[in-house]
Design a protein around this ligand. Structure first.
Ligand code: IMP
Ligand code: MG
Length: 178
């Protein structure tokens, strides 16, 4: 099995690129079907969702916009629980259908925070589109309409996700080895 070392930790491939792209295309097809006749505003959450957003958008056949927001909550392997908004919303989403693009929903605290903030702008609708979901780690109730892959409650890196800022630039997704 292919492994990589980032700083002091070893990681092994758990989701190969081919499977990621297959699931990304499936989710995009669902969005193309569900949003027919609409012009959604995609809001990608930086940094982790940048590769997912790029691959997803290339499969979207609808007229659409994409914008980026930036939040941070993780330090090393653990969520700090405090969410910091680093780049805010730079577009008017009033009365518009919004699709949030996230890399991963873990505790769900970040997503709950984003939803609360966006709702104050009175969008027409908000849907969540996440690359990864850890159902075993979810601490808040969230209605996740689009999810590419469900994973166990392990720490992962790659395809946009990082360990202490490193490891975002891999095509496959890797899981921390014990
Ligand atoms: P939540 O607020 O606990 O749902 O955490 C969400 C954020 O934490 C994600 O957007 C990621 O940036 C980060 N995160 C959660 N789990 C992992 C992981 O396994 N690897 C890398 N980052 C993660
Ligand atoms: Mg993130």
């Amino acid at each position: 099995m292919e492994t990589i070392t980032i700083k002091d930790k070893n990681f092994a491939v758990s989701i190969p690129e081919k499977e990621i792209l297959r699931q990304v295309a499936r989710v995009a097809a669902e969005i193309n079907r569900d949003y027919e006749g609409e012009t959604p505003v995609f809001l990608a959450v930086l940094n982790g969702a940048f590769l997912f957003a790029a691959d997803l958008l290339r499969e979207i056949k609808l007229p659409c916009e994409i914008h980026f927001v930036k939040l941070t909550s993780y330090q090393g392997l653990h969520s700090t629980g405090t969410i910091k908004e680093v780049i805010g919303l730079a577009t008017d989403i009033t009365n518009r259908p919004v699709i949030i693009i996230e890399d991963i929903v873990d505790s769900g605290m970040t997503m709950a925070h984003i939803l609360n903030t966006l709702r104050t702008h009175n969008p027409k609708s908000i849907d969540i589109c996440t690359l990864l979901l850890k159902p075993g780690a979810l601490k808040v109730q969230l209605d996740i309409r689009y999810c590419a892959l469900e994973i166990p409650n392990d720490f992962i890196v790659g395809y946009g996700l990082d360990y202490d800022g490193l490891g975002r630039n891999t095509r496959d997704i890797y899981t921390l080895c014990n």
